[in-house]
Design a protein around this ligand. Structure first.
Ligand SMILES: [Ca+2]
Length: 244
């Protein structure tokens, strides 16, 4: 094969490759709205999209350092779909009292978990000891909870393990404990087998449906992550309506 013919064939192969790429990767449509699964919503309830202020993203594209797994949700770069909740939801957690299984964090202070700063940079996250740890927000009074949004860490793609989010009537989590989210698929944290998927944390945080559960306390568990054994929290934001 002469040089000219080889270069024509290479160009044709490249064009065919690009065409195939364009065909297999059409722009994805926006994700449709998701409604809260509150079982007590009246059928005529007026729902509005939950307003969430997001921090600056610190990475783009699907993180390459995380291997796909059947227990891991496929990463989707598209904006989070509108989350539809009853009118009148507000942020209930701002500057509310935070306690933890690790009362003296390695980095940062517990109050940062509810200070409204969700940025991914150093200085905005709290680092807790390795292993199973939790942070807990006291809303100060019972409220109907419609969303718990958790930002663990988003300077780099990471999966936090055994993410369990619970609400309860009492600070010790003995009375009327309800689980909103649990992705501990092998019960390594001992809170029961979770059916939710693991996920890659990013600047959007993880929005967990509160389903209108009435509670005063919100507790978020984790047990290390794909980069190290530590536990990190940037912000836990609870949205809902103060109980009537
Ligand atoms: Ca914060």
């Amino acid at each position: 094969m002469n040089k000219k013919r080889a270069s024509i064939m290479a160009a044709a192969a490249l064009a065919a490759g690009l065409a195939a790429l364009a065909q297999t990767n059409p722009p994805l449509p926006p994700l449709p709205p998701v409604k809260t699964a509150d079982p007590n919503l009246p059928p005529d309830a007026k729902l509005v999209p939950l307003a969430v202020k997001l921090p600056k993203p610190l990475f783009e594209g699907t993180p390459k350092n995380i291997k796909p797994a059947p227990t891991l949700e496929k990463y989707d770069e598209r904006p989070r779909p509108p989350f539809m909740v009853p009118e009148g939801c507000v942020v209930l957690s701002l500057n509310k009292k935070v306690t933890s299984s690790d009362p003296e964090p390695i980095i940062g202070e517990l109050r940062q978990v509810t200070d409204g700063d969700k940025e991914g940079s150093d200085g905005s996250y709290v680092e807790l000891a390795p292993g199973k740890q939790w942070v807990q927000v006291d809303l100060g009074a019972p409220a109907a909870i419609y969303a718990v949004i958790v930002w663990h860490y988003h300077a780099q793609g990471r999966v936090y393990h055994d993410v369990v989010v619970q609400v309860a009537d009492d600070a010790d989590f003995i009375e009327n404990v309800r689980t909103l989210y649990n992705n501990d698929f092998d019960n390594s944290s001992g809170l029961g087998i979770g059916k939710d998927l693991e996920y890659i944390d990013d600047s959007r945080g993880r929005l967990i449906d509160g389903k209108g559960e009435k509670a005063r306390y919100v507790r978020c568990y984790s047990r290390g992550n794909t980069s190290n054994d530590m536990n990190h929290y940037i912000e836990v934001e609870v949205h809902g309506k103060p109980a009537q």
